[in-house]
Write a protein that binds this ligand. Structure first.
Ligand code: PLP
Ligand code: COI
Length: 353
């Protein structure tokens, strides 16, 4: 980590004077401990009021359900500083509702929308000085997670849960940013089975992708595209993000599949594409169509839009260009313009804190 960080805490009487020196321009997508996280506990059928905690560790029983049986789900969203100093959170209610879909799938308790919003707002307020200033292009990444914290040894759900929200300032996920990266189609490992957990955000999906991702990175591919596990002939999604492409006739194309995560970024881009008069095709996308696209990208909260310069599919290398294509660029500018408050938020996507 090459961040220069200096935090000064003064005044013993509780009036904390905080000075944060972060080299905002060198932010990547790396863990950075901030002042506090917020934690709520579910026990005896209800959630408590939550506490802001200044530590960065958690104490769990060695038999905690999350540690053994992966009873864990999480979310990812961002907050952005605007020119006037206000901070906007991008579509948090969508994350709250996806978190509940994930929770239902792995038998975690429901999280009231108000509690999710309370958590996100309180933790941002407490760490406001970690929101990258307007103009730096950085954002505050918000990572809510829910874990089964009770001790179990027979396979079964926990009786105690913790809901945690942590935040950290981030820059680009892939160091290339809006510059295109090379992708490869996974031919050795699957990510998500039909009727499995691909459409929810649980930790196990990411554990399943680690080995393939390591192999791909070693071969020079920062990003892996997973085909559908049943037939291996349709596009599902990337390990970190949804698949988007532009067809020869200028349509925005994205797969319709039961085993991909319904991306909030993709949903937003589809809305922006429609606003711009770009036809949107959400449909099964055959791998055999890959050579027909003129632009390809990965989209998600962390990766925003990361263009793909070329994709290796078996023995073929299909090229899309070393610059971001015009349609994806237009959508990127529109989305980030709204997020940073430079363009009107016509869809009311930003919640001000
Ligand atoms: N697909 C996967 C596997 C992801 O991890 C993510 C990131 O959250 C996405 C898609 C994009 O979803 P969103 O745009 O809601 O962040
Ligand atoms: C996000 O985009 O928020 C994610 O959770 C993706 C993750 C792989 C960083």
């Amino acid at each position: 980590m090459n961040l220069k960080i200096l935090l000064r805490h003064q005044n013993k009487k509780g009036n904390m004077q905080k000075e944060t020196h972060i080299d905002w321009s060198s932010l990547g997508f790396e863990y950075l401990p901030v002042d506090s996280h917020i934690r709520y506990r579910w026990e005896n059928g209800k959630w408590d009021k939550g506490r802001l905690l200044r530590k960065h560790e958690i104490s769990l029983p060695i038999a905690a359900a999350c540690l053994h049986y992966g009873q864990e789900c999480f979310e990812g969203l961002k907050a952005f500083a605007r020119k006037d100093g206000s901070v906007g959170i991008f579509r948090p209610l969508e994350n709250a509702s996806r978190m509940n879909r994930s929770a239902r799938r792995i038998l975690c308790p429901e999280l009231p929308e108000e509690l999710f919003m309370d958590a996100v707002k309180r933790v941002i307020e407490a760490n406001r000085h970690f929101v990258p200033p307007y103009g730096t292009k950085g954002s505050l990444y918000i990572r809510p997670l829910m874990i089964g914290s009770g001790a179990v040894i027979g396979v079964g759900p926990s009786d105690i849960y913790d809901f945690i929200v942590m935040v950290m300032p981030v820059g680009n996920y892939y160091k290339e940013g809006i510059s295109p990266v090379k992708a490869i189609v996974s031919d050795a490992f699957d990510r998500a089975a039909p009727y499995g957990t691909g459409s929810v955000k649980v930790g196990g999906n990411y554990a399943a992708s680690l080995l393939q991702s390591k192999i791909a990175k070693k071969e020079g591919f920062p990003i892996v595209l997973y085909p559908d596990s049943k037939t291996r002939s349709y596009v599902d999604e990337f390990g970190t993000s949804n698949f988007i492409a532009v067809s020869k006739d200028g349509a925005y194309v994205t797969p319709d599949s039961e085993s991909v995560l319904p991306s909030i970024t993709n949903d937003s881009l589809m809305a922006l594409a429609r606003d711009l008069g770009i036809p949107v095709e959400r449909r099964p996308v055959a791998l055999s169509e890959l050579p027909d696209f003129v632009e390809m990208g990965a989209c998600g909260t962390a990766v925003v839009i990361t263009p793909i310069s070329e994709i290796t599919y078996g023995s073929r290398v299909i090229k899309y260009g070393s610059e971001c294509g015009p349609t994806l660029r237009r959508l990127y500018d529109r989305l980030t313009g709204i997020q940073f408050g430079d363009l009107p938020d016509e869809h009311s996507w930003l919640e001000t804190v």
